[in-house]
Each structure stands twice: as structure tokens, then as C-alpha cells.
Design a protein around this ligand. Structure first.
Ligand code: ZN
Length: 413
């Protein structure tokens, strides 16, 4: 069956729930600190589980502490249409990153309850463990284990700086569940999230139809010249590694500009011997290249090699370029992307296609299920910050789009 056209969520109730959750781990500057599997994370999880049970959901916890809340559906034999995100935050995090995607799912369940609307395929709301990667590295480990990217022993073995592991902390807070982490089919997975960037706000668009996550390649480059006296070495006899690095860094900036919407960053530089009157012998720096299209990312990488050879060759320098990480671009499911776009259009919201600059649980779930994401604007594009903000109207709009896309996927056998 298709969704009734007048079906909308209660934006005020969604906002109240967000503000209620934000009281747990509230920080002085108006943000949140609920580090994964801390006492405050447990409190947040407990509140969510209580709300879900009050809404008539069956709640399942898996071995990674991922939470799944399912209201009654007509066809329990069908794989569910799932939405969700995370409740953990950065140490100085905001009220919306992750939490919005979880509580938008709860609001959808409450809305359907109000109307006695039972979906064909069941729907579920999920909470993924340790998305932020702040207390335990790496990020998105709960969804990663679920999707088979990491095995369970690896997930349980991740330790914080005090040596406490995810497995032990899950047991301590009572969220080491019986259900297997993964091995279960989803009909589709949708994640609603604040954009965490400035594009939607700048263009006055309410909904971002997320096409995927951009690819990332990390390099470590060492440029080597010759250390020598800064006063006695004539300019034409120098092998200045710093001069080489400076020119390379400038060209790396151009690599991104030449391949829009690519981005490039040199965020870490170490100079040796780092002495003011010695010409630098070696410079070590990091390069972060990102682009939504893996083929273009390959071209950016090739360009980086060309730049290194050209500039080092011209200055008599040597270089070593080591690639340390490559995360290919994630492409979401055309059917799910289409459902989000169509929902935004039918509801009359301004929208545009967008590629996520940040990682999300949906990126891993995309390996095992059809996935789509809904972005809403956040104030000044700021996230991972206590002042992170979003408007109640935009949050309600994103929730309406999420509901419509989910109902479209849950309809029929
Ligand atoms: Zn997030």
C-alpha cells in the first residue's frame, strides 16, 4: 500500500525528544558529552529503549551493543526497512549529530502509532555503537562489525586510553546483547543526519539527497635535500627541502581546485632539523585527498606524483611518497536515493543531491543492504562542536522525508 498523502510527523514532539536527550551529558556551552559506552551513554540508551518500549516496540540488542526497536508490522516474515544513527558524541559534541537520526526514527514510530498505521514490511529504528571513534578507535565499529568489515573479536577488543575494552564496557553497562551482530537482511536502510557542512544552508535548500560518501586517500611524503649553513650557502647551491615542500603544498591545493568538488589538505608538517639557521634537510608532511568519484581520485593521485617529481627534480631534492589509507567512494542505492528525492519533491521541500564529506554508519551498512541518507542543514555548517545547531522546521522536514522514503520501501510483499 502507498503512504497516505497527509501523513506528517509531529515536529514539536521530535524537538522535545531531542532536547530531553540533550540533558544527558549536557555541557556548559550547550553541547553534549556522551562518550561511547560511558555511564552517560548508558543513560541515553536507557532513555531511548524506554521510549521505544512505551511506543510498543520489541527491542533487540546485538553482541556489539547495537540496538534495534521494531513496532508491529503486517508481514514479520519480510526483512525490515531500517533507519537509525548513533547516540554517542564527541567529547565536545553537539545535540544533533547522530541523535537526530535515531530520534527521527522514534518520531516516525510514534506518528504511525497515532494513526494505527501498520506497515507491510516491518520498520526498525537502530542505534549503532561507537560511531564517533572518539573513546574507541576506529570510528563506526558497531556498524562495521554488523556489515562484516570487522569481526566481533576485533570489535570487542578495541580499547580506550585506560585499556578498557568495548566488550568489557558493553557488559558493564548491560548492553552486550544476545543477538548476533550482523547476518541479517534489511530491505533497505536509511539514515537521517545533519549535513555537518555549509552547502545546504548556503543554497537555501532544506533537504540533501545523499548520493554517497566521497573516497579518501591518505599519503605521507618525505622530501629530502641537504642540511647546510643558512649564512654561507649561496642560493644557487642549496637543496632546501622546505622550499620544495612549500611549492608542493601550494600545488596540492591546486590539485583539488582542478578537480571540483575534490578537496585536498596538508594538515601535518614536520621539519628537520627545525633550526632557524640551518637549511632544512628533510620535510615530512601528510596529504589528504578526497573526491566523490574514485576515477577522479585516481587522477588526483597521479597529479600528486607528477607534482612531486616536477618540483623535487627542479630543486635537486629526493622524495618518498607512501600511501597509508584508501577508503573508496561509497555509492548509495539508486532506489533508495530516488525514494528520498521523490519524498522531498512530493512534500514540496527544496532539495539538492549531495555527497557526504564525512563518514557515517550508513557507509558500512551499504555493503550489506540498499542504503539512502537524508541530510538537513546545520547552522553555519558547524558540527563536532558544542554550538552545533539546526532548526526545528528543517529537522521536521528531514523526518517527514525519512518517513515517506521508508514507507515507500515498506509497502507491499
Ligand atoms: Zn554522526
Amino acid at each position: 500500500m502507498t503512504a497516505p498523502h497527509n501523513l506528517t510527523i509531529d515536529g514539536e514532539r521530535l524537538w522535545r525528544s531531542l532536547m530531553e536527550m540533550a540533558k544527558i551529558g549536557a555541557t556548559e556551552k550547550g553541547g553534549n558529552k556522551r562518550l561511547a559506552l560511558s555511564d552517560l551513554d548508558k543513560e541515553g540508551r536507557d532513555l531511548f529503549v524506554r521510549w521505544c518500549r512505551e511506543a510498543g516496540c520489541a527491542v533487540t540488542i546485538d553482541a556489539m551493543g547495537n540496538i534495534f526497536a521494531r513496532p508491529k508490522g503486517r508481514r514479520a516474515d519480510l526483512p525490515p526497512v531500517v533507519c537509525g544513527s548513533h547516540l554517542d558524541t564527541q567529547p565536545t559534541g553537539g545535540k544533533f549529530d547522530g541523535v537526530y537520526g535515531v530520534l527521527a526514527g522514534l518520531e516516525i514510530i510514534r506518528t504511525l502509532n497515532d494513526l494505527n498505521y501498520e506497515t507491510d514490511a516491518p520498520i526498525e529504528v537502530s542505534v549503532w555503537t561507537n560511531e564517533e571513534g572518539s573513546r574507541f578507535a576506529p570510528a563506526m565499529v558497531g556498524s562495521g562489525v554488523f556489515a562484516g568489515v570487522f569481526d566481533l573479536a576485533y570489535g570487542h577488543g578495541r580499547a580506550d586510553l585506560d585499556g578498557k575494552t568495548i566488550g568489557d564496557e558493553l557488559t558493564r553497562i548491560g548492553y552486550r546483547g544476545d543477538a548476533p551482530a550482523g547476518g541479517r537482511a534489511f530491505r533497505a536502510f536509511f539514515e537521517a543526519h545533519i549535513e555537518q557542512g555549509p552547502i545546504l544552508e548556503a543554497e537555501g535548500k532544506t533537504i540533501g539527497v545523499v548520493r554517497g560518501i566521497q573516497g579518501i586517500r591518505w599519503f605521507e611524503i618525505t622530501v629530502t635535500g641537504a642540511e647546510s649553513h643558512a649564512g654561507t650557502t649561496p642560493m644557487n647551491r642549496r637543496k632546501d627541502a622546505m622550499l620544495g615542500a612549500a611549492r608542493i603544498i601550494d600545488r596540492i591545493n591546486n590539485i583539488a581546485l582542478d578537480f571540483p568538488p575534490g578537496v585536498s589538505t596538508v594538515g601535518l608538517v614536520q621539519v628537520s632539523p627545525n633550526s632557524r639557521n640551518t637549511i632544512p634537510g628533510t620535510v615530512f608532511f601528510s596529504v589528504d585527498l578526497r573526491h566523490p568519484d574514485d576515477d577522479v581520485l585516481l587522477k588526483m593521485t597521479a597529479k600528486l606524483e607528477t607534482v612531486l617529481a616536477e618540483i623535487c627534480g627542479g630543486l635537486g631534492l629526493a622524495f618518498v611518497n607512501r600511501e597509508i589509507w584508501w577508503s573508496p567512494a561509497v555509492h548509495y542505492d539508486p532506489g533508495c536515493i530516488g525514494a528520498v528525492r521523490q519524498a522531498a519533491a512530493e512534500l514540496g521541500y527544496t532539495h539538492r543531491d549531495i555527497v557526504s564529506g564525512a563518514g557515517h554508519d550508513a557507509g558500512y551498512i551499504a555493503r550489506v543492504a540498499p542504503v539512502g541518507m537524508v541530510f538537513v542543514p546545520c547552522k553555519d555548517g558547524i558540527s563536532h562542536n558544542e554550538i552545533e545547531d539546526a532548526s526545528p522546521d528543517d529537522l521536521a522536514a528531514g523526518c517527514n522525508v525519512l518517513m515517506r522514503a521508508m514507507l515507500a520501501h515498506a509497502a507491499g510483499g
